[in-house]
Design a binder for this molecule. Sequence first.
Ligand code: BGP
Length: 474
Amino acid sequence: MAGFPKNFLWGGASAANQCEGGIFEGGRGLANVDVCPSGADRGAVITGYRKMLQMDEGHHYPAAEAVDFYHRFREDIRLLGGMGLQVYRMSIAWTRIFPKGDEEEPNEEGLRFYEEVFRECRKNGIRPLVTICHFDCPVYLIEKYGGWRNRKMIGFYLRLCRTLFERYKDYVTHWLTFNEINMILHAPFMGAGLCFEEGEDEEAVKYQAAHHELVASALATKLAHEINPANQIGCMFAAGSAYPYSCRPEDVWEALLMNQENYFFVDVQSRGYYPSYAVKRLEKRGVFPQMEPEDVEILKKHTVDFVSFSYYNSRCIAASGDQETAEGNLFQSAKNPYLQFSEWGWPIDPLGFRITLNEVYDRYQKPLFVVENGLGATDRPDGDGRIEDDYRISYLREHIRAMKAAVEEDGVDLMGYTSWAPIDLISAGTGEMKKRYGFIYVDKQEDGSGTLERIKKKSFHWYQRVIETNGEEL
Ligand code: BGP
């Protein structure tokens, strides 16, 4: 078979906290993602070293307005439909449904909002792929329970899941339990509402919280299948193979360790048990999480139906030395001398995408879904207001080519591809507006000014053609 399968799904991906805004509307409560400021303090806040659980005057909080999807979703979804999008990956803001997080009853206004969003998708021939939790955690649950470090979170999360699975049964069949679950190790406040106390063993807290998420994810999978046998549940992690800096065995070993650390979560979610390397290392460091007797069975029985991931770049590591470092999707690594870099210093490595697709498929032998891939860049409208983003087209073209080779030549079973992000939105890593990913430009500037008008970029028309030809015309 040549090219992509006929039922391959082309789409785009976003997250509630990066596009919706309207954080004080519709009865919504405050979430960790709302209180992550842009600017110099963001790093310390998202990593849990600086506790910020409310907004203060001295900071700017980009999620508050974001790109106003909350009010403009009809126009936005129509634009996506016009581009030919077949699937729209989006997330639910937990605090729209349960403003504090531990209520018995959901907030009807929040539920209605997403129902409208799904209706609009349907009208435009788009099927939703829903991330249940894209980094958000209600602030109330952090204050009262300490976020995911507390096992009680499993129950609160499952109540959210049940509410969503029941209410949206007729609209949604494809769900992701947690966005980039491995991000808990790198941005624990943004990823799981964790703030660290003086003298605390951070590794122990992170792995305990991760264990709770893993159990919650397995129980959500169980619940989804019970409520609607047609439901397909995926896990989601930030991927990108780690290369050894050289063929020195010590470098190769370091790369293997880095990859294992990253695959750990999916090893559990997809294979159903803690891999032996993790058991040994966590025990040795004295940070093996506390488990309940039933956990082993839960993890084993309710593995995911498919494996999804984001891919922006590969990584590179050396055992020793003073190599220059490179940025990347929230991970730093050694700078790979063979690659080009984006404006934000992220490596650009399309072959690394093919390598990653092969590695992940070899490891899990389940259908894969690429749910994020794209180029963050500064777009500058020309005198006529046109945005000629050839750099973005070229990044995506090369990555889609590599993905096609993985499918066509390597036999990787791939369900679909949703690029990050079809409409400009705020950056998760930096909180910037000027780091744009979209096929559709949003007139909003770094200082908050702008009309919020949506303008199609050159890449809009290019991607439209890619979808129309099922990836034949790149
Ligand atoms: C992933 C997140 C997204 C998204 C993307 C791009 O980590 O799942 O939310 O933002 O990375 O990263 P950034 O926004 O930092 O450029």
